[in-house]
Design a protein around this ligand. Structure first.
Ligand code: ATP
Ligand code: MG
Ligand code: MG
Ligand code: MG
Length: 477
């Protein structure tokens, strides 16, 4: 079943059940505490927290999402993309657990001939929050699941909140058993190859406060109006229904892998390391396309840095696959063609999108050329002297003078069996920041404010903001 069809069936199902179909919001988060929309619920936060009255009692959407926190997983697990689409249904004080479970079960188990996804009920497992007896008994009643396939989990896995005072509640996740060839029978449902989490149902039922961590907070009492927030990973469902092995092999992504494989002459499926690189390319090219489409441009900070990192990682993965010529003019149009049925604006806006992407590749090529020479020399010296780690000073110089992001240095070092003296690198970085601050203070007296011109500046060194992004990213869900 094509991804477009999975999408259509989802929206139809919830439309027929009284939900208003709401178009995807842009990837840029409306909530300043996170960079990107990381879940389908993000655009609905004001309604879910009760800050604003929801315009409809029920809504459904297919929301574009970016999770930079999952970047290291890409290509290595079967199920994590930096860009993905979360299909959701939402109830704002309307139906609650029974409705959410009924709608989800109906859609996933109804036959394909009858408009559903047609998953075999015998292969469906669920988790519930450990003392959510209500959800457990609904699963028994509605889905007739045996006890063994209703697994109980604690606060860490099955309780949702925003890490701030406000709504919270248990959740229930739906898994598909892919079969014994992917792992041992029975046992706990674990987030590995065999059991694939496809859908998370969040039951927002209480107000919490004194939030110290995921597992430490105080429940104030029941919410006056209880909400439902669900998220189904469209790519995960697509890979199961398309009979492929992972989310990078679906119709919206695989054409890029195929083309990258042809360009490099590396056959997909022949070598694990090459395969991971090809999947990284498939994922990152699509994410970059979607980000630029939504107005992000490469830069050294925040969202722009995420985009820069995705573009540069794609180019570098292609180089590691042996392709030294310009990669993006080959791959970006292929990704556009795979995505334009769902997002026609990518086609009409492609000139602008591609200009931005290709310019970034050009900048990076220059950076790489010089930086790689410096790196190779330093790595050889480090190894010769028997040291396990590249000096912090080298990483700093690569960063400061040659625009090498630290994660690139880390990656290249690890390919050589080396680590990097990161504490020293960070110390030098903060020293430099202090110098820059002092400079700025000195300049403030007597100079005109140049901040309006900042965007016109040449791309300079790239501060590593990855960790901040990872942290802020895990804030919601
Ligand atoms: P996982 O445990 O596999 O990392 P999650 O529990 O972090 O998933 P949720 O936050 O519950 O995911 O998001 C709801 C749904 O969105 C998941 O059930 C999954 O189907 C999908 N999803 C989450 N992260 C990704 C991703 N990086 N790529 C593709 N789909 C995803
Ligand atoms: Mg996750
Ligand atoms: Mg999970
Ligand atoms: Mg989940």
């Amino acid at each position: 079943m094509e991804t477009a069809e999975i999408r259509r069936r989802f929206l139809d199902h919830f439309d027929r059940n009284g939900h208003t179909v709401v178009p995807s919001a842009p990837l840029i988060s409306p909530d300043p505490s996170v960079l990107f929309v990381i879940a389908g619920m993000v655009p609905f936060i004001p309604y879910l927290t009760g800050q604003q009255a929801a315009p409809w009692p029920r809504a459904t959407s297919v929301q574009k999402c970016i999770r930079t926190g999952d970047i290291e997983e890409v290509g290595k697990t079967t199920r994590h993309g930096t860009f993905f689409q979360m299909n959701g249904n939402f109830s704002f004080g309307d139906y609650f657990k029974e409705g959410a479970i009924t709608y989800a079960w109906d859609l996933i188990t109804r036959s394909q001939a009858d408009g559903g996804y047609g998953f075999d009920p015998a292969k469906i497992w669920v988790t519930v929050y450990h003392d959510d007896d209500e959800a457990a008994s609904l699963w028994r009643k509605i889905a007739e699941l045996p006890e063994e396939r209703i697994q109980r989990r604690g606060l860490k896995d099955n309780y949702w909140h925003t890490h701030q005072p406000g709504p919270g509640g248990p959740c229930s996740e739906i898994y598909i058993d892919r079969g014994p060839q992917y792992g041992p029978d029975g046992g706990p449902v674990v987030d590995e190859d065999r059991f694939l989490e496809i859908w998370n149902l969040v039951f927002m039922q209480e107000e919490i406060t004194d939030v110290k961590s995921q597992e430490e907070f105080r429940v104030v009492g029941d919410l006056p109006s209880k909400n439902i927030d669900t998220g189904m990973g469209m790519e995960r469902v697509a890979y199961l229904l398309q009979g492929v092995q992972n989310m990078y092999e679906i119709d919206q992504v695989f054409p890029v892998i195929k083309h990258a494989s042809a360009l490099s002459g590396r056959r997909y499926g022949a070598d694990h390391t090459d395969d991971v690189r090809l999947r990284v390319v498939g994922d990152h090219i699509r994410s970059s396309l979607m980000l630029i489409g939504d107005g992000v441009t490469p830069s050294n900070e925040g969202r722009g840095y995420v985009l820069r990192r995705l573009l540069r990682r794609s180019v570098r993965a292609m180089r590691l696959l042996g392709v030294d010529t310009h990669a993006l003019p080959e791959l970006l149009p292929v990704s556009r063609d795979a995505m334009k049925a769902a997002y026609p604006e990518l086609d009409s806006d492609f000139q602008r999108i591609s200009r931005i992407a290709y310019a970034e590749e050009e900048t990076f090529r220059k950076t790489l050329q010089t930086g790689t020479q410096i790196f190779d020399l330093a790595a050889a010296e480090t190894k010769q002297s028997g040291q396990p780690a590249l000096a912090g000073q080298t990483a700093f110089k690569l960063h400061d003078t040659y625009g090498f992001p630290i994660d690139l240095t880390l990656e290249m070092a690890s390919e050589q069996g080396l680590s990097v003296d990161e504490p020293e690198f960070r110390r030098l970085m903060s020293e430099q920041r202090e110098r820059a601050k002092a400079d700025a203070r000195a300049k403030k007296t007597g100079h005109a404010d140049m901040s309006a011109y900042r965007e016109l500046r040449e791309p300079g060194p790239t501060p590593f903001t990855g960790y901040q992004e990872l942290e802020s990213d895990s804030r919601v869900r």
